[in-house]
Design a protein around this ligand. Structure first.
Ligand SMILES: [Zn+2]
Length: 418
């Protein structure tokens, strides 16, 4: 009798675009060579069309029963999982060709295809244990839990050389190639997503990315290619990184829902509308249809912010050694023709630092995702009231201008004296 599970798996493989109906027997033979004989489904409770991750779980049991893998050896399990899931992963050339075919219809259709591929083959770990809403200064924040148990093979994760590398999950990683005005760039999804459709954009060249005019121009070019995503410069993540990257994702992060609460003018930029937003962390929002005006106004704001001090609130432009402490984290997105920049104000002073206890909670302590409204903590920590309190306090601590009467007044004074 035919095993329906094997057929289900083969159908997902064919849908991924890498195989044709003629390959069915071949795929079945490859699969059985990895897991051994499979006469009937282990888990009869799976109804309808099971997902590829459900199927993988069953196949690992079959493989264990057939002595094809030692289930107590986590690395061996990951290697076998990657070998199985590789059957659901077309070669890079095919993925890129299909992506551009979909892109001809719409940008979203293309990213939907690529995202689903990375979910189906297990490259993206889509599991979140808890997703809870926590109010921070009357703003709803999402708290998620996730595990990070994958073993990594040492290779620069942003070099194109990492595509298909090694024996574990990088072998099922795929990179979409892009041409950014003559520069070769790559796009892939994050294996442990912190935001919806969390992705990364990176140059092919192994080089750092710093906050500069050129970086902002590249970010806006990426927004032209992916107008339904946001593109952010994740300053924390790029610190000390030899191969830089830009962060992207679906425009669903809570920060973008935050209302504008104080509108002001930036002298010399009449076409740019500027406002503060109702957000626990200090954010300036700019809107304009002109890329050039947007970048010019951000550069102007950056300059003014780098010169600004307010000692009674511990806001100091320079530290004791004269090093500048102030920078901005720009997050760009588009609404129709309108370009929107949310600028997170950063002061590197100790008073605004993330505490060690908070860092220990985070799945990725080097990401700015928490400042966008989504905190992802590791799943070995229980989400108790105490943990929630630590998250609340830590988010508030990262705000440069506090939401106290004095802090609000100082923030307004800063933007009114630009
Ligand atoms: Zn690299």
């Amino acid at each position: 009798m035919e095993n329906q599970r094997i057929n289900d798996f083969i159908n997902i493989a064919i849908q991924s675009g890498g195989w044709m109906v003629l390959d069915k027997v071949y795929l079945k033979n490859r699969l059985l060579s990895l897991i051994g004989e499979w006469s009937e489904p282990e888990n009869t409770s799976l109804e309808g069309l099971p997902s590829s991750t459900d199927l993988l779980k069953e196949m690992l049991i079959v493989a264990e029963n057939n002595n094809k893998v030692d289930a107590t050896n986590q690395v061996a399990v990951e290697i076998l999982s990657a070998e199985i899931m590789e059957l659901l992963t077309p070669p890079p050339s095919v993925v890129n060709a299909l992506f551009s075919q979909h892109y001809d219809h719409s940008e979203k259709e293309a990213t939907d295809y690529f995202h689903l591929l990375a979910i189906n083959n297990g490259y993206i770990d889509g599991t979140s244990l808890v997703s809870k809403e926590v109010d921070i200064l009357e703003t709803p924040w999402q708290v998620k839990q996730k595990s990070d148990v994958r073993h990594k093979e040492m290779i620069c994760e942003h070099c194109f050389d990492s595509e298909g590398y090694g024996e574990m999950y990088q072998r099922i990683k795929r990179i979409i190639r892009m041409n950014l005005k003559g520069e070769s760039w790559g796009f892939s999804y994050a294996e442990l997503p912190l935001v919806e459709e969390h992705c990364e954009f990176f140059p092919e060249a192994h080089e750092p990315i710093t906050f500069s005019r050129q970086t902002m121009e590249r970010m806006l070019r990426l927004l032209d290619i992916y107008p339904h995503y946001f593109v952010g410069y994740d300053a924390v993540k790029n610190t000390g990184k030899e191969h830089g990257s830009l962060m992207g994702g679906a425009v669903l992060v809570p920060l973008f829902q935050a209302e504008e609460d104080y509108v002001f003018d930036i002298p010399g930029f009449v076409t740019v509308s500027a406002s503060l937003v109702e957000w626990p962390i200090s954010v300036i929002r700019l809107k304009t249809t002109s890329k050039k005006n947007l970048i010019n106004s951000i550069e102007y704001l950056m300059l003014r912010w780098q010169q600004y001090s307010y000692p009674s609130l511990d806001i100091m432009a320079n530290d004791e050694s004269g090093q500048n402490q102030h920078s901005l984290i720009p997050i760009f997105r588009k609404e129709g023709e309108m370009l929107i920049a949310d600028l997170l104000l950063v002061d590197k002073g100790e008073s605004f630092e993330r505490s060690q206890a908070y860092r220990d909670l985070l799945l990725d302590e080097n990401s700015i995702a928490d400042r966008l409204g989504i905190v992802t903590i590791t799943n070995d920590i229980e989400l108790t009231n105490e943990t929630e309190l630590l998250i609340k306090e830590s988010i508030e601590e990262q705000g440069v201008f506090k939401k106290s009467p004095e802090g609000i007044k100082a923030f307004i004074r800063f933007v009114d004296t630009l």
